[in-house]
Design a protein around this ligand. Structure first.
Ligand SMILES: [Zn+2]
Length: 293
C-alpha cells in the first residue's frame, strides 16, 4: 500500500516556520493530500505565537500549542506568561509547548548557534537554572488547565525525569517530543503519563541506537511526528517530497509524516493500517480532536 494513502496524525511540528508563506500554504495542502489529518503546531516564543494562532484559525486540522522553547527563553518579555495564559484561554483545545530543557545548547560555541536561529534571530542560551524555572512555570500552567504539554529535551534526560517526578503534571499526559532518552528511562517516564515521539531523523544511520530504543515503548504510548520544517529524514525516506529539499533550503516537508509512519510501522513489525488506527487513538487520547465541545 502507498504510505500516502493511509491517514496520519502529526504529533509535533512547526509549520509556522516554513518559508516563504506560499510554500507553507502549498505544503499544508500537499500534506493533507498525503493523508495528514491533523497536526499539533508548536510555537517557540512570543514572536511566533501569533503565526501559530492564525494557522489554527484558518485550518481546521491544526491544533495549536503555545510555549517558550528552551532555546528561546532569553527572549521572553516581562508579561510573557500573561500572553501565554490569554492564548490558552482563547484556544481551549491548545496545548502548552514547545517547552523543555536543553543541556546540549550550553556546550555550543555561540557563533555556531547563529545558524540555528533562523529568522527569529540567534539562539542565546539561558543557564539551566533559568531553563528549569521557565519550563516549570509553563508545566504548572499545563497542569492547572489540564492541557497536553509538548516537551523538548536534549542531553538532560535524567534531570528532566527528576523535575517531572516532583512537578504537578497535566492528568491527560504529555509528549516527550523526539524521544532521545535511554531504554531504562522509558518506564519511569511512562508511569508519569509520557507519550514518546518518533521522528524522521531516526532514519539516519547515526540514530540507529536510538531507533532501537523504540522497540521498548508500549504501542499505546507512541506518537509519530514530522517536526517540519526541521529534522529532515534521510533522502530515501523523503519519497514524493524529495524534490522539496533542494527547492526550499533543506526544510522538511510536513507530508513526510506519511513515510515516517510507514517506516515506524515496518520497523516495529506492525501492519500499516492497524498502526495508523493506533496512532489516531493515541493522538486523540492526548491532544483531543482539536474541536472544543
Ligand atoms: Zn520542535
Amino acid at each position: 500500500m502507498n504510505p500516502t494513502d493511509v491517514p496520519s496524525w502529526d504529533a509535533h511540528n512547526h509549520v509556522q516556520s516554513i518559508e516563504p508563506l506560499a510554500t507553507r500554504e502549498q505544503w499544508m495542502t500537499e500534506a493533507a493530500a498525503a493523508g495528514v489529518r491533523s497536526m499539533l503546531v508548536n510555537g517557540t516564543c512570543e514572536s511566533d505565537w501569533d503565526a501559530v494562532a492564525e494557522l489554527a484559525r484558518t485550518n481546521p486540522g491544526v491544533i495549536p500549542s503555545f510555549g517558550y522553547h528552551p532555546w528561546r527563553v532569553s527572549l521572553r518579555s516581562a508579561n510573557w506568561i500573561d500572553r501565554l495564559r490569554s492564548l490558552l484561554a482563547e484556544f481551549p483545545s491548545a496545548g502548552v509547548g514547545e517547552i523543555g530543557i536543553d543541556g546540549w545548547i550550553l556546550e555550543q560555541d555561540p557563533a555556531s548557534l547563529a545558524r540555528w536561529g533562523g529568522r527569529l534571530g540567534a539562539v542565546v542560551p539561558a543557564s539551566m537554572e533559568v531553563q528549569d524555572a521557565v519550563f516549570l512555570e509553563q508545566l504548572a500552567l499545563a497542569a492547572e488547565l489540564n492541557r497536553p504539554a509538548s516537551i523538548h529535551c536534549i542531553q538532560a534526560w535524567g534531570h528532566l525525569l527528576e523535575l517531572l517526578q516532583k512537578a504537578r503534571l497535566p492528568s491527560r499526559g504529555f509528549l516527550l517530543h523526539s524521544y532521545g532518552g535511554s531504554r531504562e528511562l522509558v518506564k519511569p517516564f511512562a508511569d508519569l503519563g509520557a507519550r514518546f515521539g518518533f521522528s524522521g531523523a531516526l532514519g539516519h544511520l547515526r540514530k540507529q541506537r536510538q531507533l532501537a530504543v523504540f522497540r521498548s515503548i508500549p504501542l499505546d504510548r507512541l506518537l509519530i511526528e514530522s517536526d517540519a520544517p526541521y529534522q529532515l529524514p534521510p533522502t530515501e525516506w523523503m519519497g514524493p517530497f524529495a524534490d522539496s529539499i533542494a527547492a526550499e533550503a533543506a526544510q522538511n516537508h510536513p507530508g513526510t509524516l506519511a513515510i515516517i509512519q510507514h517506516q515506524a510501522a515496518q520497523f516495529l513489525g506492525q501492519d500499516l493500517c492497524a498502526f495508523s488506527a493506533q496512532m489516531e487513538r493515541n493522538y486523540i487520547n492526548l491532544f483531543g480532536t482539536g474541536v472544543h465541545t
